[in-house]
Design a protein around this ligand. Structure first.
Ligand code: NI
Length: 183
């Protein structure tokens, strides 16, 4: 695999605080290539050999704004077993329902745009159902849970200009820990 030539913006870049715009179909060739590049990048970041060779940080998701384009698109790459992956390409997502139950990642969330360790709790719904469009503009519904549900909410936040660090109480990063389930 060849490492795609994409540049992931750091949190210092103000564009990451902007709201992305609805995508109009059909997608351009360039958009389709960028989406594929983002997926390849995430996959390679999860394969130890490439992670080491290219000094990558392992990542599960990327929003389009992280490569500097304000369109409501994100991708998630989930490792199922050893080097087999499930890919999600999500365009114009809307959360249509969610669980009452909230969860958080015990070891903290990470983000390829946040290049520092940040401790603290980010409460997320344990399960969500979203409506979105695929790469051809077809609408679909998907229900996700647990770590994938967290990844989806993290990426949807990016589309609204929110980073996970914004959701952590700076004075009391572990506030209300007992109210939510740790995963
Ligand atoms: Ni992120």
């Amino acid at each position: 695999m060849k490492l795609p030539d994409i540049k992931i913006l750091d949190e210092a870049n103000k564009i990451l605080r902007e709201k992305s715009k609805e995508v109009v179909f059909p997608l351009s060739k360039e958009d389709k290539k960028n989406i594929q590049d983002m997926i390849t990048y995430l996959k390679m970041s999860q394969i130890p050999e490439y992670e080491e060779k290219y000094k990558l940080r392992a990542g599960m998701g990327l929003a389009y704004v992280q490569i500097g384009i304000l369109k409501r698109i994100f991708v998630i790459v989930e490792e199922l077993e050893d080097e087999t992956f499930k890919e999600y390409i999500i365009i114009n997502p809307k959360i249509v329902s969610h669980s009452e139950e909230m969860i958080y990642v015990g070891e903290g969330e990470g983000c390829l745009s946040v290049n520092r360790d940040v401790e603290g709790i980010v409460p997320r719904y344990a399960r969500i159902t979203i409506e979105a469009q695929d790469i051809d503009g077809n609408s679909f519904k998907i229900r996700v849970r647990e770590d994938i549900a967290i990844a989806f909410q993290h990426e949807i936040d990016h589309l609204n200009g929110i980073l996970f660090v914004d959701r952590i109480d700076a004075k009391n990063p572990f506030k209300d820990a007992k109210k939510y389930r740790e995963i």
